[in-house]
Each structure stands twice: as structure tokens, then as C-alpha cells.
Ligand binder design. Sequence first.
Ligand SMILES: CC(=O)CC(=O)C(=O)O
Ligand SMILES: [Mg+2]
Length: 215
Amino acid sequence: MRLVRFVEFGKKIICVGRNYAAHAKELGNAIPDEKPLVFLKPATAYITQGKFIRLPPDCNELHHEVELGVVIEKPGKNITLSSALDHVGGYVLCLDMTARDIQTKLKAKGAPWELAKAFDTSCPVGDFIPKDRVPDPDNIQLWCKVNGQPRQDGNTKDMIFRVPQILSYISQYFTLEAGDLILTGTPEGVGPVKPGDTIEAGMSVNDFKMTFKVQ
Ligand SMILES: CC(=O)CC(=O)C(=O)O
Ligand SMILES: [Mg+2]
């Protein structure tokens, strides 16, 4: 399967939240203790470079969250920790665009987050990077700038749950299929963007950079 074109296969997007203690703290959230916090986005959330990020209805505070994305190649269920990385085909840089004001209201009601997290264009992704070019997914620098101003600069070594733990855990609930994308959570420094802004994000693998505009 040509994972380079994984976005076109339209598989599911499984996201982990609050996976960096400093980010959980900046939003006043509890740090997950035993299990990752998990939510989903539909395949209609994907956009690739050249497409615009659009605010969902009733959103007045859209936030960027830069994240490492893991692309599944080998399907699996109840994946073990020791075999987890065998299921990975490669990695992509992602933005988990979040309607923070809507999320805050949903959280207060104890309601699910989909309207804040899973709307169309909420998952901008960069180019696919095969895993043989990523020596250590647990030591990747991730950064994000808005209109040239630095906002986020973190490293995947600070993730609470590492890639094998995440894959092993979520595969107990969801069968992982080739082309599925796993977002691994964002480091601190999330913040607002508005129409007209330019978001640039990058990671230390291949000095990868991507740019998206908010419309
Ligand atoms: C508070 C959040 O929105 C959780 C999340 O997505 C994260 O990356 O952390
Ligand atoms: Mg996130």
C-alpha cells in the first residue's frame, strides 16, 4: 500500500490529549495518570498543504496544536508493547486544530468534544515520512509559529505516553488499519489564530516544515 497517499484512503484519525504535562498545566487540566485520554476525528478533517483552515460555526477562539502523527501500515488488534513499532509505516507532522471556546463549553457540560476538535479542516497534515528516516520517534523536536512569531517548541521525549504505549492501548478498543493516523498530543504554547494568519510548523526529522493559512 502506498502510505505516501494515506490521506486519500480516508481512514480514521485517533488522537491522544494531555500527553505533555506542561500543556495540560497551561490549560488548567489534570494530567492523565494511568491511561491516555483519547478522542477521534473523521477522515473529512484532513487537509494537505495548499488548502485553508476554516473556523467551524460559532468559534471565536481557534487554537493551533502541533503534534507528531503516526501512520499505521500493518493492521492490528490488541497490539503488544514490544511489537507496536512494527505496525508503523511512518510519521507526519500534524495540527490538531481546536475550537477552544467550544471545547471549554462542552467540557463544562461533560459533553463530547467532537464539535470542537473534529470539524472539517481540523487536521492539517504534512508530507509522509517513512519510518526508516525517523531513528527515534521519542526524540523529535516539534515547533509552531504564527505569522513568524514562535508559539510552540517541544520535544516528543516529554510525552507522558510514548508511541508503543499509545498504539498498544488504543488497539484494545479500535482495530488499527493501514492508513490510520494517530495524533500523539501537543506540547505547551497552544494559542489563538484568526482568519488571515499563517501557521508554520516543523519538526527535527528531515528539517521538515509546512505552512497553512487560516481563512
Ligand atoms: C486539551 C486538549 O485539547 C487536548 C489535546 O488535544 C492535546 O493535544 O493535549
Ligand atoms: Mg491535541
